[in-house]
Design a protein around this ligand. Structure first.
Ligand SMILES: NC(=O)c1ccc[n+]([C@@H]2O[C@H](COP(=O)([O-])OP(=O)(O)OC[C@H]3O[C@@H](n4cnc5c(N)ncnc54)[C@H](OP(=O)(O)O)[C@@H]3O)[C@@H](O)[C@H]2O)c1
Length: 333
């Protein structure tokens, strides 16, 4: 690791709009950066550092992590923790850093799902790896079918009250579970700040009730995997590039994900994007941001170049009715 000497660009807050997260006091950058893939020990540290600097220099204040991000688990938090300590320490109060617990993290009955034991221990582990005294948002990463929702929400409430996190969030909860979680958190006096949900042109499930619940409850929504992990970009239009997410060993996106049918849709969407003078990645992000209920779009990136490309989506956020219905037709086909 080299000697760290990073100074953020002075004009960073002129680059990107900020949107209110539900009815909270928090403003989120329209685009946030997620560290699920490409930030672990299997990635060059300098590349990680470049992407994070590019993000902050362009006004991205929100960095999203989880206990199990990176290969091996925990390594994305450790890498971010190094950058936090050496580059970003002086900017701590300008940053909104989140982590989560909910998926398998360590062996045995206490390293998964939503028990109080797991949630609080995992949060403590994350803080050590991140070199932080507190995270800004701590999430229940997924609902636990066997632990009472009250126990998981009480753990989040405790995490906030004990100063380990400033806000509580939930992720991957369906509309009914979301209503219940929001209500329990409200009764405990720790409101739910945000719901992190998978949402893209290829996955419109949140339109089937979740976004309505969040609007009614005035809770923010942040959309993850907006590019369907890279499918909704030009990445796979001419085959599978070396070192792409599909090329790497990865159970979440495989060769089977790019069927003829998917490729045909991607090609048609790409044509609409070109007519809008956007890359497909840019149009995919703009398409989500057109909905006022989306507080932020949480992108991933394997290079600074990709991130810069994605940031340009903010130059064209409006869609004509013709464009929207053409997109709907392609997605339905
Ligand atoms: N709460 C949850 O359960 C959950 C689950 C999943 C993700 N998340 C969060 O959401 C974040 C984003 O998820 P994601 O990484 O799946 O998001 P994504 O934005 O849908 O996909 C990111 C991938 O798309 C490709 N890409 C990005 N910009 C591109 C561009 N301009 N041109 C071409 N290709 C481009 C890159 O693939 P290559 O690597 O091939 O270059 C990149 O790794 C995660 O980091 C995490 O914070 C949360």
């Amino acid at each position: 690791m080299d000697t760290f000497s990073y100074t953020a660009k002075d004009d960073r807050y002129e680059q990107i709009p900020y949107k209110r997260c539900g009815n909270s006091g928090i403003m989120l950058p329209s685009i946030s950066l997620g560290l699920w893939h490409n930030f672990g020990f299997d990635t060059t540290f300098q590349n990680i550092r470049n992407i994070i600097h590019t993000a902050f220099d362009n006004g991205i204040t929100h960095f999203d992590l989880a206990n199990n991000y990176g290969t091996p688990y925990g390594s994305a938090e450790e890498n971010f923790g190094h950058i936090m300590k050496h580059d970003l320490k002086k900017y701590r109060d300008e940053l909104l850093i989140s982590s989560k617990a909910g998926y398998e993290m360590w062996a045995g009955p206490y390293g998964n799902f939503g028990s109080r034991k797991y949630m609080i221990s995992s949060c403590d582990q994350s803080l050590k790896r991140l070199n932080l005294d507190y995270v800004d948002i701590f999430y229940s990463h997924r609902p636990d079918p066997d632990t009472p929702i009250e126990e998981t929400m009480q753990a989040l409430d405790y995490i906030v009250r004990s100063g380990r996190a400033m806000y509580a969030g939930i992720s991957n909860y369906n509309p009914e579970q979301t209503k219940e979680a929001i209500s329990v958190l409200k009764s405990l006096g720790t409101p739910c700040l945000i719901h992190q949900t998978k949402y893209s042109m290829f996955n419109r499930t949140p339109e089937e009730g979740l976004l309505d619940v969040l609007e009614e409850e005035k809770v923010g929504a942040i959309a993850f995997s907006p590019l369907a992990q890279g499918l909704l970009t030009d990445r796979y239009l001419n085959g599978i590039p070396k070192n792409s997410r599909i090329d790497k060993p990865n159970p979440f996106l495989t060769k089977n994900s790019i069927s003829e049918e998917v490729l045909a849709k991607v090609n048609s969407l790409n044509k609409i994007a070109k007519n809008r003078n956007q890359s497909l990645a840019q149009m995919s992000i703009s398409w989500l941001l057109k909905d006022k209920r989306i507080s932020s779009v949480l992108v991933g990136a394997s290079s600074s170049k990709q991130l810069k490309n994605n940031l340009q989506s903010l130059d064209n956020l409006t869609f004509s009715l013709e464009e929207l219905s053409a997109i709907d037709e392609i997605l339905k086909s």
